[in-house]
Design a protein around this ligand. Structure first.
Ligand code: 9UX
Length: 72
């Protein structure tokens, strides 16, 4: 069973930023599909909870120089 989370993203200044984050999230093992919406400053991620977690996603985003927060 997969899970999904919406992340709030801080620090994006151009559409290429969104592409960078989307690519990075999609490279994480356990992520099924990540979609970044630049205008909304959000990422929607479908993932396998046993393989990857929100903490991993936040770290991946932080490694690129942005910040991510789980939205509820
Ligand atoms: Mo262009 Mo977005 O350098 O960081 S990718 S502003």
């Amino acid at each position: 069973v997969d899970g999904s989370v919406k992340l709030s993203l801080v620090g994006m200044t151009c559409q290429a930023c969104a592409q960078r984050i989307e690519r990075k999230l999609n490279q994480l093992p356990g992520v099924l599909e990540a979609t970044v919406n630049f205008a909304a400053e959000t990422a929607l991620v479908r993932y396998l909870p046993g393989a990857v977690g929100v903490a991993d996603m936040k770290k991946a985003v932080k490694d690129l120089g942005y910040e991510a927060f789980a939205k509820d």
